[in-house]
Design a protein around this ligand. Structure first.
Ligand SMILES: Cc1cc2nc3c(=O)[nH]c(=O)nc-3n(C[C@H](O)[C@H](O)[C@H](O)COP(=O)(O)OP(=O)(O)OC[C@H]3O[C@@H](n4cnc5c(N)ncnc54)[C@H](O)[C@@H]3O)c2cc1C
Ligand SMILES: C[S@@+](CC[C@H](N)C(=O)[O-])C[C@H]1O[C@@H](n2cnc3c(N)ncnc32)[C@H](O)[C@@H]1O
Length: 643
């Protein structure tokens, strides 16, 4: 994606492509207040709200968002959350957004907050948290129709703000109106600066009661409307529709105190939930998440798959979380030095060429220039992920526990079963008595996932991995960033590097293995010159949790027996609208199978789980939510079955 080309005339930005202005030449702030806030009856409608969802077509400079943010912070209840979804296919550069603050001093703080988290122009949904979490901006960089197809929640108020319909027809198509109608709550509203007859007809057709009203400044009229009663729409994959469960108290039990459990705990504690965190060890992060170092990397592929989109956006979200957590921490655990991924075959170059990723996300470095980037001779071209880095995973987990504060209670127990009794989940340990009970349980027990009976069918296995610690050498002390190929090495920290990691599907020994260590050293010695040699075994063994399709398993846990009954004839290909919504186990969730990329995937997964629990807009697109849904394994099996 490229930044939009903008010309500024007397404080008004104009798109050179559409030859139209981003906001009124009379007074942009007052236009936003009149058209979008007043005609949607804001802030009155959010005065009592616990949560409010606004969606906008065309984020542009962010002016509508910033004015709404200012109003929300002044007038909404302090513990309420605004979800602001905005869609944009030509992001405006941070430099152009910053010009708004020069023009309107009253917006300066909001502009600064936005720029702190504003993502690089990479397609997909970016979850940006502002004002200490009171505002969640779901910024979707994509074409309007594609993005609207992927929205998975209902909106209270719409701001329709494409360029003029005559110049920007894609923003005002029949399909766009239809999708807006579908994604609106009963009583939900819209407002737009235009009074175009085509928009009036389209929005009426989509189910809105539409009305003309006074426009702003020189514009005589504008449109507004609301949905009196929402229609029923068929759902494409009813088995992935997760129902909303009500809970009596904001208390959840989380089983497993690794990165997946702690990111879920953090996400829930920030929503005012109390957490009982249970692990079989006496303290957090004793297994995979106890590693002294891991590299944070996205996963790029030639085709734009749901998997690649999930990891790209998860990676960017993880960076924002790590930046925030590190800023509040006393000890360093996030080393934002950049990571290179070696391109020995040229495959990565072709991926990069086909995607046009921006320079502030990833750069290609030719073989002759990699030494300047990495600090050592590499002899290979490489991708440089500029904002990436390495993480002391154990310290990160401790920091997450600390960030949950008093809301987190830790309990040591080896969980053997989860039993539903009188509408609650009882957590049973090997000491047999229930150790805790709650309406809501999140299972994040990594490689042991299917040792708990309600999850025993999940195709998740343990894959052994061994890290090696080596002393720095005169040459290796120059390494400036993480370097990754078939193995990875971190820059030196306190005189040592971490080399990771072996990958053994069948390995079950917790002892360090000499041959694994040698393989780690050989792989790095083939890549860079220091020539590491060491005889004594120094490192760490732990187990990744890996699913059959190598995709994380995140979401509500299906009632497998009910699924097999409801969808038993799925292989016959009957229309999906003939099937009921999926049966899920009330209040039971999981975040698991983070494989070798948990640093990227755990933060967004914690947010997915917390959003599902609290019935909030989920921070990933609908197809990505389906892609990670635990029910996918049951559905695939039923589709393949021959009976
Ligand atoms: C060698 C190695 C190198 C890696 N390198 C990287 C890297 O460079 N970058 C990256 O992004 N990722 C890397 N990973 C992956 C990353 O470490 C994991 O994805 C992440 O730590 C997974 O966290 P988790 O919470 O799911 O699992 P874990 O950290 O394993 O946590 C699961 C927890 O559940 C508890 N538990 C299990 N069963 C029970 C039970 N019955 N009762 C109570 N508690 C239970 C366990 O005690 C454990 O604390 C690596 C993994 C390994 C093994
Ligand atoms: C009038 S401007 C939006 C102004 C914006 N709300 C603000 O506060 O600055 C219209 C925006 O719609 C975007 N846009 C145009 N066509 C689009 C499409 N097909 N999909 C997504 N966004 C589109 C443009 O890039 C532009 O930023």
């Amino acid at each position: 994606m490229k930044y939009a080309e903008i010309e500024w005339n007397n404080g008004t930005p104009r798109s050179t492509q559409f030859d139209d202005v981003y906001f009124s030449t009379d007074n942009g702030i007052e236009e936003t207040r009149h058209v979008f806030l007043q005609q949607n009856e804001l802030p009155q409608r959010w005065a009592e709200a616990e949560r409010f969802v606004i969606a906008e077509t065309g984020f542009g400079t962010g002016l509508n968002f910033l004015v709404t943010m200012q109003s929300w912070l002044e007038s909404a209840p302090p513990d309420a959350r605004l979800h602001y979804i905005s869609i944009e296919n030509q992001p405006v550069s941070p430099g152009d957004i910053a010009r708004l603050a020069g023009q309107w001093q009253e917006l300066r703080t909001c502009v600064d907050d936005l720029l702190q988290v504003y993502p690089p122009p990479v397609p997909g949904m970016h979850l940006l948290e502002l004002a200490g979490g009171r505002i969640r901006l779901h910024l979707i960089f994509d074409d309007i129709e594609v993005a609207l197809e992927q929205i998975n929640y209902k909106v209270d108020a719409w701001y329709l703000d494409g360029f003029a319909p005559s110049r920007n027809p894609s923003m005002w198509s029949e399909r766009v109106f239809e999708l807006i109608g579908r994604n609106t709550v009963t009583g939900g509203s819209f407002a737009t600066y235009t009074a175009s007859g085509q928009v009036r007809r389209g929005m009426t057709q989509a189910g809105f009661v539409v009305q003309k009203t006074d426009g702003f400044a020189t514009k005589r009229d504008m449109l507004k409307g609301f949905i009196f009663e929402q229609r029923c729409y068929a759902v494409e994959k009813p088995w992935f529709t997760v129902p909303a469960f009500t809970v009596a108290a904001k208390h959840a039990i989380i089983v497993g105190a690794g990165l997946a459990g702690l990111t879920a705990a953090w996400a829930l504690s920030r929503r005012g939930w109390d957490i009982t965190l249970i692990d079989r060890h006496a303290s957090v992060a004793e297994e995979a998440s106890g590693n002294p170092a891991g590299l944070l990397m996205p996963r790029l592929t030639q085709d734009v798959t749901a998997d690649a989109r999930f990891y790209t956006n998860a990676y960017l979200y993880a960076i924002r979380c790590l930046d925030g957590l590190q800023a509040d921490a006393e000890q360093p655990f996030w080393f934002k030095c950049g990571n290179v991924l070696v391109d020995s075959s040229g495959r990565l170059r072709s991926i990069l060429q086909s995607h046009c990723y921006p320079d502030n996300f990833v750069r290609y470095t030719d073989a002759g220039l990699t030494e300047a980037v990495t600090g050592v001779e590499l002899n290979h071209a490489a991708l440089m992920f500029v904002d990436a880095g390495w993480v002391d995973v154990k310290r990160l987990c401790r920091q997450l526990a600390q960030a949950c504060g008093q809301r987190l209670r830790y309990l040591q127990a080896n969980v053997t079963d989860l039993v539903r009794v009188k509408g609650h989940w009882q957590v049973v340990s090997d000491k047999s008595d229930p150790v805790a009970a709650a309406d809501c349980v999140v299972v994040t027990n990594g490689a042991m996932a299917n040792h708990i009976p309600v999850l025993e069918w999940l195709p998740i296995r343990a894959v052994r991995g061994q890290l090696t610690l080596v002393e720095q050498t005169d040459l290796s002390r120059n390494i400036k960033c993480g370097i990754s190929a078939e193995r990875y090495i971190t820059p030196p920290w306190q005189g040592k590097h971490v080399i990771g990691a072996s990958y053994q599907r069948e390995g079950s020994s917790a002892e360090l293995s000499a041959s694994d260590q040698q393989e780690n050293l050989n792989a790095i010695n083939r890549l860079i010159p220091p020539g590491f040699v060491q005889s004594e075994l120094t490192g760490r063994v732990s187990w990744r949790a890996v699913s059959d399709d190598r995709v994380p398993v995140v979401g509500c846990v299906p009632d497998r027996a009910a699924f097999e009954q409801q969808y038993r004839d799925l292989q016959h290909g009957r229309p999906s609208r003939l099937y009921p919504a999926g049966a899920y186990l009330p209040g039971l969730y999981t975040s698991n199978a983070h494989g070798s990329r948990g640093l990227a995937s755990c933060f967004i997964s914690g947010e997915i789980v917390a959003s599902l629990i609290c019935t909030e807009p989920v921070p990933v697109e609908k197809d990505i939510l389906d892609h990670v849904n635990p029910a996918r394994f049951v559905i695939r099996k039923l589709k393949r079955s021959r009976c």
